[in-house]
Design a binder for this molecule. Sequence first.
Ligand SMILES: Cc1cc2nc3c(=O)[nH]c(=O)nc-3n(C[C@H](O)[C@H](O)[C@H](O)COP(=O)(O)O)c2cc1C
Length: 200
Amino acid sequence: MSKVLYIKANAKKPGESRTFRISDSFVEEYKKINTNDEIITLDLYKEGIDFLTEEGINLHVTKPGEGKDHPILKYAYQFVEADKYIIAAPFWNLSFPAILKAYIDYICVTGITFKYTAEGPVGLCQGKKVVYIVARGGEYSEEPANEYEMGERYLRTILGFLGITDFTTIAAEKLDVIGQNVEAIVQAAIKNAQSTAKKF
Ligand SMILES: Cc1cc2nc3c(=O)[nH]c(=O)nc-3n(C[C@H](O)[C@H](O)[C@H](O)COP(=O)(O)O)c2cc1C
């Protein structure tokens, strides 16, 4: 049985996010096949994830005795205990919503999700896998605009730092480009999500 963490980062109302239409389809398909897996939904806006405070920064060194019920550390423990991650976040200002970065600042904790060694830092989330699901207004998967894409690139890098190298992206693009058949693009991404979920 795997533990799957479904991380959602969008301020939109339920039903209005194209990203979540795609990611929810992924989760539904995944559930059909992996009936015994535990899926934990973590909606970052509902959680009220906030910028790190001074207290939070000071936690980012190993503090033996800090429990899993700590308001910030609990997210790092929850993250490291999962086997798979579904990250659903729209493309905002060439990246993803800031709340997702704030969450990443919560989960990158020395001694929980990575550690320092004499040979340098080592990720403690090895062997896990992630799917990143994103809806974009424009097109950034092709040259030259891919240079401006900072969301996927950052996530790949920071999760690689934590030891996670199995990273798949499902992107729906050109959703705000006039003249596009938006519904057809979303449906194609849903199809992609469903087939990816079967192998995830
Ligand atoms: C705050 C904000 C910033 C955005 N920045 C970009 C951007 O830099 N590039 C782009 O192509 N689309 C941008 N968009 C458009 C969204 O990526 C696009 O509408 C996407 O479908 C939103 O996903 P959603 O339907 O899940 O909310 C932005 C939208 C918002 C609300």
